[in-house]
Design a protein around this ligand. Sequence first.
Ligand SMILES: Cc1cc2nc3c(=O)[nH]c(=O)nc-3n(C[C@H](O)[C@H](O)[C@H](O)COP(=O)(O)OP(=O)(O)OC[C@H]3O[C@@H](n4cnc5c(N)ncnc54)[C@H](O)[C@@H]3O)c2cc1C
Length: 258
Amino acid sequence: MNARPDSRAFSGTVTGREVLGDHLVRVTITDLGAFASTGVPDEWVALTVPGQFQNRYYTVRSFSAGALVLDIVIHDEGLVTQWAQTDCVGDVVGISAPKGSFELPPDASWVVLVGDLTGLPAIARIGETIALPVTAYVETPDHPLSGYTDLPITWVDAPAPEESGLAALVRGLDWPEGSGYFWMAGESAQMRDIRRHVRQDLAMASTAYDVMGYWSGSRGRQRRAVDPGPIYAAGKAAGKSDDQIWDDYDKARGDSVG
Ligand SMILES: Cc1cc2nc3c(=O)[nH]c(=O)nc-3n(C[C@H](O)[C@H](O)[C@H](O)COP(=O)(O)OP(=O)(O)OC[C@H]3O[C@@H](n4cnc5c(N)ncnc54)[C@H](O)[C@@H]3O)c2cc1C
């Protein structure tokens, strides 16, 4: 995820904001021009919020009649976290073209889905879309979000705020019989552990699972050495292109480190 996707491929206007839970906010974005869904149920976009040129990835919860719905988890702090807590209706945001990863093998007879709250939008959309028996586990710091989806979900308490115990959960799972597909998303170190587990202990074929790191706990909460906001604003005011502003930002970061 180090590559910079073209997160301003489309711009759209936030036309709705709804609080779904203590840690979840839904935004609806319209006026997206030629934006089109891939139809892959875990597809995501890069979102750039006003005053920033860094982006963050969000699952397309739905795209229908020109309205893109993203469900944003509110962390203790964070760039989009902060923005989503404001009255953002009317804001113009940047959105990349969507990209998906979920790929059901033709012989799959079941699907197991596991994630933390950041994986919930994809888990719900996958479960609502496919016709196979689905078992879904979602780890949450909140009470179960029972109205979120019709898909039956086993809600699991997070061990502590901003922590995840999903690797232990997966290691203790009773897997359905026969061929199936396992999809999982959450904290990157836990995902690495589970990739090893499914490959080495369970001998799953690489086509039978998709385990994705959605965020990194190990990066900690270090503040960025250089705040991109003022650089972005100054660059825009000076009529610079996004690439030129990226160069300014990289230079400022280099200067601050060296
Ligand atoms: C393909 C993909 C799809 C995704 N879909 C969604 C989605 O639909 N909804 C959603 O909310 N997120 C989703 N994410 C995760 C989201 O991109 C990250 O959590 C992102 O870092 C949040 O941005 P932020 O600006 O709020 O926080 P940042 O500024 O990125 O991070 C601030 C701090 O919060 C910590 N942090 C970040 N994420 C988490 C977390 N999940 N739990 C605990 N601490 C965390 C970081 O370690 C950091 O210290 C997805 C990620 C990927 C790769």
